[in-house]
Ligand binder design. Structure first.
Ligand SMILES: Nc1nc2c(ncn2[C@@H]2O[C@H](COP(=O)(O)OP(=O)(O)OP(=O)(O)O)[C@@H](O)[C@H]2O)c(=O)[nH]1
Length: 713
């Protein structure tokens, strides 16, 4: 009951890092507050993060508040790092969603909110930046209700003095908490506050009492126990005396079962409101055992943990962040990695404080820790006590599914499902100029791919290296890290859009290829069948090379050729996806060089692709634009049309003429769109972009792209 695994999530720049720093400061983990604008925060510690003032990697950190260990996962707000958010969400029990009080719900916060909905994560909402003159608490809460359909439960009201935001009214205790806004010493910031119990003599009394009654009524609507107390109990109808312990208990229930989203407010930058926010995390967000994970039924307190993040530490090498769901993780023992089918030994077990690690002997169920010494474990892998533990769990799952009555089959998996990584949409070439640099580059790329599965690296036949990623910023950050963190003097080619090609017809192609080598005539017969595969979402999943089993060596060489040919389609040389490829025949005389078999398979695949009438696919982006105030529609729609965007919906979000536009456009057309939108609307529109997979391009666009890519007009 003394652990909270929570995440902080929000739109970029809403103040996640600033809030986290304050939490660390008040809990005593740092003596001096970091400041995002001077680049000395604890949570953002990669050089790239400091340079840009943004969080690119989620870092886990533990601290204590009110005798409770809070494991906090900071998550990046930028769309290119959605995978980081997704990964963090899997191991969280609860979250604090931060909003900018002058903007309310922004496009990216909506997206993260939906991601959290998908994982059923109980949340608190924290309306930050209440010190800004344009901040509006009521309007922000309203935007949560309207745009996120959140059933908000307002627990605090903001307090202003001479137009300055100075504190909050805690509606549960009916106290006014005011922070001392005079900076006494940098290390005392926000520690001094005055708590005043409200009475009917205070000017805030009426509004606060009525807001407290609303809380009780909202709880009474949901919980019969509260309704009975409110109607007939000792304090019936008396909000002033209604016990705060009862209120807290039911708010906790309602938050954990996701009926309510409690709302708090503050100004992290001005150090107002952080301590009550931490109290709310302890009071209302779930402890690990509050969350029912279906797979836990199959384990009788035997160890089950999940690797949710891999990081490269200069001193420790590869380290793995794990969340323990059941049993106890001990230092020095071996674990069974279910996904890799391998055992790995825990050399060191640690708890984490931003980029500092402290050794520990055990990590118990519900907690988060760090392992060093693993070789092959990557993000998303499940770790068990032993292989036998997996067999026992599978046996138990079979029993449970047989036992299930009322015709419901219980097929819930015995391990956690891995994070789904979307296909990258951008790529660039990487070059180095010496063999030592190349070795260092390969090591760096290996580390980066382990840390971030949405980074992909391909080596082609000529030894050139292609780096792919999810967005321009993502690619930029990866290349910066290679240069500054790994100190590699590499040249990065221009960032390009990753087009794909896919077959539209099923074809079978059979051919004989012959070649004379040292007076020996070798003949290779290959037959393959290529069929379009409806699942276009990922290339890796959809290429399915089936080898004939009778001669493993020969079929291996042929499969290599097929895969090689599929890396470069026939239209514009982009990789083929959405293809189901079967090698029907692969025959050659004994002693035929394997290189010849591979080369024949390459040729045969290319010929088959020619017949398969391939289409060109391009990666698409889903766009969501929210406009504020004046009518900016014409401008925005005109620009979107130029970018080949298809509008799917235009709706009004309120009575002030604010609008929401939903559209989809090719990634290649969206370069620099965020800044162009910002300048054309003078900052009165905000944007959320996220990859929406690949789409077949029209014939007209195919010709256009062919001309553009080959450099002809
Ligand atoms: N006025 C005001 N500014 C704030 C407040 N909190 C944060 N900021 C500022 O807002 C900017 C963004 O803050 P961050 O803490 O980096 O925001 P973030 O959400 O972590 O941003 P990313 O890491 O890029 O996702 C910085 O310039 C902060 O100083 C606040 O309470 N009031």
């Amino acid at each position: 009951s003394k652990i909270r695994n929570i995440g902080i999530m929000a739109h970029i720049d809403a103040g996640k890092t600033t809030t986290t720093e304050r939490m660390l400061f008040y809990s005593g983990y740092i003596n001096k507050m970091g400041d995002i604008d001077s680049g000395n925060t604890v949570m953002d510690y990669l050089p790239t993060e400091i340079e840009r003032g943004i969080t690119v990697q989620s870092a886990a950190i533990s601290f204590n508040w009110d005798n409770t260990q809070i494991n906090l996962i900071d998550t990046p707000g930028h769309v290119d790092f959605t995978i980081e958010v997704e990964r963090a969400l899997r191991v969280l029990d609860g979250a604090v969603a931060i909003f900018d009080g002058s903007r309310g719900v922004e496009a990216q916060s909506r997206m993260v909110w939906l991601q959290a909905d998908g994982h059923n994560i109980p949340r608190l909402a924290y309306i930050n930046k209440m010190d800004k003159t344009e901040a509006n608490f009521a309007a922000s809460v309203d935007s949560l209700k309207r745009q996120l359909k959140a059933n908000t439960l307002i627990l605090q009201l903001p307090v202003f003095q001479a137009n300055q935001f100075v504190g909050v009214i805690d509606l549960i205790t009916m106290e006014r908490i005011e922070w001392d806004m005079q900076v006494v010493s940098p290390n005392q910031n926000g520690r001094n506050c005055t708590i005043h119990k409200l009475t009917n003599k205070d000017k805030e009394w009426e509004t606060s009492l009525s807001a407290k009654s609303s809380i009780i009524e909202q709880l009474a609507d949901k919980f019969d126990e509260v309704a009975i107390q409110w109607l007939e109990g000792e304090y019936a109808g008396d909000a002033e005396l209604f016990p705060s312990t009862e209120l807290k208990k039911w708010i906790r229930h309602g938050t954990i079962d996701r009926t309510f989203v409690p709302v708090l407010c503050g100004s992290s930058y001005k150090n107002v409101g952080i301590q009550p926010l931490l109290n709310a995390v302890v009071d209302y967000l779930p402890q690990p055992s509050d969350i029912q994970h279906p797979f836990l039924r199959y384990y009788d307190n035997t160890l089950l943990a999940m690797a949710f993040k891999v990081l490269h530490d200069k001193r420790l090498g590869s380290i793995i962040f794990v969340r323990v769901y059941s049993g106890t993780l001990e230092s020095g023992r071996k674990l069974y990695n279910v996904n890799k089918g391998k055992e790995e030994k825990v050399l060191r077990l640690m708890t984490v404080y931003a980029d500092e690690y402290k050794d520990t002997k055990v990590i118990k169920a519900g907690n988060i820790g760090v392992i060093s010494g693993f070789q092959s474990t990557v993000t998303g892998d499940t770790l068990l006590e032993s292989k036998q533990a997996l067999e026992a769990a599978v046996a138990k799952a079979n029993l449970i599914s047989k036992d299930t009555v009322d015709n419901k089959t219980d097929n819930s998996p015995v391990v956690l499902t891995a994070v789904r990584i979307p296909e990258p949409v951008f790529f660039c070439s990487v070059e180095v100029y010496s063999p030592t640099q190349e070795k260092a580059l390969r090591h760096a790329l290996d580390v980066l791919c382990k840390e971030d599965p949405s980074v992909r690296v391909n080596f082609d036949d000529y030894g050139s290296i292609m780096l792919s990623g999810m967005g321009e910023l993502h690619m930029d950050v990866v290349s910066q890290r290679i240069k500054s963190e790994f100190k590699i003097d590499a040249y990065f080619g221009p960032i390009q859009v990753a087009y794909r090609e896919c077959p539209t017809l099923q074809v079978t192609h059979k051919a004989m290829y012959s070649r004379t080598i040292l007076d020996n005539l070798y003949e290779v017969e290959i037959a393959i069948q290529i069929s379009p595969c409806p699942e276009l979402s990922t290339m890796r999943d959809a290429i399915n090379v089936q080898k004939p089993a009778y001669n493993p060596e020969l079929s291996y060489s042929a499969a290599l050729g097929v895969i090689q040919a599929l890396q470069q389609g026939n239209i514009l040389g982009y990789p083929v996806m959405g293809a189901d490829v079967r090698i029907l025949t692969a025959r050659a005389k004994r002693g035929c060089p394997s290189g010849l078999i591979t080369a024949s398979a390459v040729k045969c695949t290319r010929e088959a692709l020619d017949k398969a009438s391939c289409d060109l696919l391009e990666p698409m982006m889903q766009i969501e634009i929210s406009t504020r105030g004046e009518n900016l529609m014409q401008k925005i729609l005109g620009d979107l049309a130029k970018r080949h965007a298809k509008i799917s919906d235009i709706s009004t979000t309120d009575n002030d003429g604010n609008m929401k536009i939903l559209a989809e456009a090719p990634v290649s057309e969206m370069k620099g769109y965020a800044s162009s939108l910002r300048s054309s609307t003078s900052g009165n529109a905000d944007l959320s972009l996220h990859p929406s997979g690949y789409k077949v391009v029209t014939q007209e666009r195919k010709l256009q792209l062919k001309r553009k890519i080959s450099g002809t007009t």
